[in-house]
Design a protein around this ligand. Structure first.
Ligand SMILES: *Cc1c(COP(=O)(O)O)cnc(C)c1O
Length: 458
């Protein structure tokens, strides 16, 4: 029997992360302050440790993964590369479908790949506490786990509606020793103001970020950690693609198309960028490689957004980043793929998309669940609603191969399992799940409120 799971040993965990900044076809646009002046490392120092700021700005191609971080990674890495032979057979496609399964982490997704190094660098900098926000709960659980590993206190502002709807995600965070508060809370100025204005508010990711940042900025022993979007997070997630490359080497194959869901861009950049690095280096195998980001049609930052400077958070605390955005105060529909409800995108993914080096597609919610259920029935693994977006696109690619008779190699990022998302499957099975149209009018309104840069950079 041919093996369908391609595995690596602990000693094959990559020793360096890949940073695509070194291989960009043109220099990246710098983050700016609202007056048009470049944001400085000192300004970020209030909430991030020096090593993270350095990685955020770094143009080094390879960045060493600290030994202590790799030791923690051994708990679940290297993650398996799996050939979905039963899905291939069900589709009747000549394509070979592979997925890199990141749901094997203790938190159940790719997010600990960045939570662990972020906790490590903060502890190295003498920080005792971390704050963060969580919507669906995946990032919060990952940081709670990582904080526990390095002896840091972790405080999580969890969007009120999730706090109430997802008690088991909250309990995971508490099991790993984190404090979890419903946001808006009475612990911060931002929270108290929001509660005074609207006591019954369900909360929002933007508000929760503002609470976490406010607390971190106000305490010397406390920093803030973000789970996607920023360059250093994308660098940390490159471990996914680097492992996948080693795994394909073992079987003498190379992907023709690399697919991932797209929320803030870290799981997409994480799996696709190391392959795009091969392309940049002139590797013949990567000559025709395609990289495809898959977003929800209700929150289509890449396919319908504008490539311009915008804030990373809803309240305008962060520097302005050049990215595809729907406007920082755009509030996406309440789809079940909570991890994909972000108004913007990674700066690196945005630039590469703008320059035509990566592709993007938007898919409606019901079609993603159709794909996820078909996948679960063939391969056994129940995917997270976010991951279902990549599965949809992978199945569509495989069906196109069936028409053309091409035996393409398809790789997708199975970013997480859906064990804490069964409520959304229940709604799918009972027919209560709906598609949300592209909210053109809302996006237009939100884009009209984009920040106006100072004269210097206009
Ligand atoms: C957060 C999350 C995503 C989105 O990841 P980005 O890196 O922000 O694009 C996808 N899948 C799962 C399971 C997630 O938890």
């Amino acid at each position: 029997m041919e093996p369908t799971r391609i595995l690596l040993e602990a000693h094959e965990i990559p020793t360096h992360w890949y940073n695509i900044t070194a291989d960009l076809p043109s220099p990246p646009a710098p983050p700016l302050l609202p007056d048009g002046a470049p944001a400085t490392p000192e300004q970020l120092g209030a909430i991030f440790p020096p090593a993270i700021i350095e990685q955020e700005m770094s143009a080094e191609r390879w960045i060493e993964i600290p030994r202590e971080v790799r030791e923690i990674f051994r708990l679940w890495r290297p993650s398996p590369l799996v050939r979905a032979v039963r899905l291939e057979a069900a589709l009747g496609t000549p394509a070979k479908i592979f997925f890199k399964y990141e749901g094997v982490s203790p938190a159940g997704s790719h997010k600990p790949n960045s939570a662990v190094p972020q906790a490590y660098y903060n502890r190295e900098a003498g920080i005792r506490r971390l704050t963060t926000e969580t919507g669906a709960g995946q990032w919060g659980s990952s940081l709670a786990l990582a904080g526990q590993m390095f002896g840091l206190e972790v405080r999580i502002y969890m969007v009120k509606v999730s706090y109430e709807q997802k008690p088991y995600r909250r309990l995971m965070m508490q099991t790993w020793g984190a404090e979890v508060f419903s946001s808006p809370s009475t612990l911060t100025e931002t929270g108290r103001r929001a509660l005074a204005a609207a006591p019954e508010t369900p909360g929002s990711l933007g508000l929760a970020i503002s609470e976490a940042v406010e607390e971190a900025a106000g305490r010397a022993d406390t920093n803030y950690a973000l789970g996607s979007v920023l360059n250093h997070v994308v660098v940390h997630q490159s471990i996914i693609g680097l492992e996948a490359k080693k795994q394909f080497d073992k079987i003498g194959l190379y992907p023709d198309v690399v697919i991932a869901p797209h929320g803030g861009g870290s799981s997409f950049g994480g799996i696709a960028f190391p392959f795009l690095g091969d392309k940049a280096a002139g590797d013949k195998r990567a000559e025709n490689l395609r990289a495809l980001a898959v977003e929800p049609s209700s929150c289509p930052s890449l396919t319908k957004g504008r490539y311009t400077y915008d804030f990373g958070d809803a309240s305008g605390f962060t520097p302005l980043m050049k990215m595809y955005t729907l406007g920082h105060d755009f509030v996406p529909a309440g789809i079940h793929a909570g991890g994909l409800r972000y108004h913007g995108a990674s700066q690196r993914v945005s630039q590469l998309y703008h320059e035509g080096l990566v592709e993007a597609v938007a898919v409606p919610q019901l079609a993603t669940f159709d794909a996820g259920v078909q996948f679960a029935r063939c391969e056994g693994i129940i995917p997270a609603p976010e991951s279902c977006h990549a599965i949809r696109a992978a199945i569509d690619e495989a069906l196109r191969c069936k028409e053309t008779g091409e035996s393409r190699v398809i790789l997708f990022n199975l970013t997480g399992h859906g064990h804490f998302d069964m409520g959304s499957f229940e709604r799918y099975f009972s027919g209560d799940l709906e598609n949300f149209e592209y909210p053109a009018e809302e996006v237009e309104k939100s884009l009209a409120r984009l920040p106006q840069l100072g004269r210097r950079e206009r």
